[in-house]
Design a binder for this molecule. Structure first.
Ligand SMILES: N[C@@H](CCC(=O)N[C@@H](CS)C(=O)NCC(=O)O)C(=O)O
Length: 218
C-alpha cells in the first residue's frame, strides 16, 4: 500500500496547506495527516522535522519528501494520472498550469491584506486599490477559464483540477471578507464551497482549538 503523509498548518489559517490537501483528496488515496499549529514558539522546529524549507505543506511519500504546494500538486498529478489533476487537453493544461503558477507566485497584496480565516465572516469593507486589482484579475482568470474550458462541470476546467486547488484559499477569503463579486465568480465560489472536500476542511477548521489574536483579533 502507498505510504502517504501530508504535513499541514492548522486548517483555519494555513492557505498553502489547503491546496495540496484538496489535490490529495481528489486522488481518492488513503493518507495520514500531521497538523502543526502555526505561529507558536515551537512551530518552526516542528515543521523542520518534516520539511527542509521550514514551511508547510510537505508530502511524504514512501520516504521521499516533496515540499512547496505547487510541486506537491504536480507530484500527485503524476502519481495518480486517473485523478485528472491537470486537464487532458494540452491547451487547457497549459492554461491551467499558467493560472496555477500565477496564483502561486503572485497576488501578494491580497494575500497580505486578507489572511485566510476559514471559520470567520466579516462585514464588507473598502479594499485598497492594489487588493481590488488582485480581486479583479482573479475574477477575470476564473471567467476566462470557465468560458473556454469549463463546459464539463462547475470548476475552472470543468472537473476539479489543481487550478481549483490553487485558488481554493481565495474562495475562502472571498467568503470571509464578503468581497463583492461578479455573478460568474460568485457561482464559482458557491460551487467550490459546496465541494465535499472543501466542506470537510471547513468543518475541521471550525473545530480547531487554536486562536491567534493576530488573525482573529475579536
Ligand atoms: N511557497 C510555499 C509557501 C508555504 C508557506 O508560506 N507556508 C506557511 C503556512 S501557510 C508556513 O509554513 N508558515 C510557517 C512559518 O513561516 O513559520 C508553498 O507554496 O508551499
Amino acid at each position: 500500500m502507498t505510504d502517504l503523509t501530508i504535513v499541514l498548518g492548522n486548517k483555519n489559517y494555513s492557505s498553502w496547506s489547503l491546496r495540496p490537501w484538496l489535490a490529495l483528496k481528489q486522488t481518492g488515496a488513503a493518507f495520514k495527516e500531521i497538523v502543526i499549529p502555526l505561529d507558536q514558539s515551537q512551530t518552526r522546529e516542528s515543521i523542520l522535522r518534516h520539511s527542509p524549507s521550514g514551511k508547510v505543506p510537505a508530502l511524504i511519500h514512501d520516504g521521499r519528501t516533496v515540499w512547496e504546494s505547487l510541486a506537491i500538486c504536480e507530484y500527485l498529478a503524476e502519481l495518480y494520472p486517473a485523478a485528472g489533476l491537470w486537464p487532458a487537453d494540452r491547451t487547457a493544461r497549459a492554461h491551467a498550469r499558467a493560472v496555477a503558477s500565477e496564483m502561486h507566485g503572485g497576488f501578494a497584496p491580497l494575500r497580505q491584506h486578507l489572511p485566510v480565516i476559514v471559520r470567520r465572516q466579516y462585514p464588507p469593507r473598502e479594499l485598497p486599490a492594489d487588493v481590488q486589482e488582485n480581486v479583479n484579475r482573479m475574477q477575470a482568470i476564473w471567467q476566462d477559464c470557465r468560458k473556454h474550458f469549463g463546459a464539463g462541470g462547475p470548476f475552472l476546467f470543468g472537473s476539479f483540477t489543481n487550478a481549483d486547488a490553487m485558488y481554493a484559499p481565495v474562495v475562502t477569503r472571498f467568503h470571509t471578507y464578503q468581497i463583492g463579486l461578479t455573478e460568474g465568480a460568485a457561482d464559482y465560489v458557491k460551487a467550490m464551497r459546496a465541494w465535499p472536500a472543501m466542506q470537510e476542511w471547513a468543518e475541521a477548521a471550525r473545530n480547531e482549538p487554536w486562536i491567534h489574536s493576530k488573525y482573529e483579533p475579536d
